[in-house]
Ligand binder design. Structure first.
Ligand SMILES: *Cc1c(COP(=O)(O)O)cnc(C)c1O
Length: 218
């Protein structure tokens, strides 16, 4: 087994164990392999090991990799970085899910540029109210979801968060879960290499894992 294939197997085992410990069906949790700043060959290797969902943070990089890997049937790209409206044209036709929507204007730009298979949208929530972090505050989410549903034909299916780098992530994961429950948004994108177990315990349906699969980034 290659390095990537064996690390991928380890991560899948962690997901299964965490789901079982939380009394959840592991099939409810999708692994998004975060391939940012790793070459297309690394994605190809993970694909050969059965991985289909890949996360990218930079619009140009997603576009280049998606085009270079267009021969891989059933591959799905997730956009998980901050997206500027003028970069929507790179992402919208190529992504199956955009995890980081934070305004109606961005959703409209995605819709305009999407083509036949528009991505589904998650709203990025700044659960801890960190000044430097993108995402909307928890009390803005309901209004934004309503505005996007009224102002576009795109589907908003859930919420995404990145908890503060320091401290216990669990209260932030729990807060996202509670917000999702209250608004009927069933998909929750939370948890990375170091905290995927805590995120799954709190209800994550997408975990975004980079380093534990692909190793350190350049
Ligand atoms: C880079 C990144 C990840 C993956 O982080 P790792 O610690 O390498 O698993 C997940 N989510 C987002 C939004 C990221 O930018």
């Amino acid at each position: 087994m290659s390095g990537i294939a064996s690390r991928l197997a380890d991560v899948r085992a962690r997901i299964t164990r965490a789901a079982e410990e939380a009394g959840r069906d592991p099939a409810e949790i999708s692994l998004v392999a975060v391939s940012k700043r790793h070459p297309p060959e690394a994605i190809r290797e993970a694909y050969e090991a059965g991985q289909r969902d890949f996360g990218e943070n930079y619009a140009q990089e997603l576009a280049e990799k998606a085009d270079a890997l267009a021969d891989l049937e059933g591959i799905r790209f997730h956009f998980i970085g901050h997206l500027q409206k003028n970069k929507a044209k790179l992402v919208a036709p190529r992504a199956s899910l955009v995890h980081t929507v934070d305004s109606l204007e961005l959703a409209q730009a995605i819709e305009r540029r999407a083509g036949a298979n528009p991505p589904r949208l998650l709203i990025q929530v700044n659960v801890a109210g960190e000044a430097q972090k993108s995402g909307v505050s928890p009390d803005e989410v309901e209004g934004l979801v309503r505005a996007i549903r009224g102002g576009t034909s795109l589907e908003v299916t859930g919420l995404m968060t990145i908890p503060p780098a320091e401290g216990d992530p669990r209260p932030h994961f729990e807060a996202l879960r509670a917000l999702g429950d209250r608004l009927g948004l069933r998909e929750l994108s939370m948890g990375m290499s170091d905290d995927l177990e805590e995120a799954i315990a709190a209800g994550a349906t997408y975990v975004r894992v980079g380093t534990a699969i692909f190793g350190p980034r350049a």
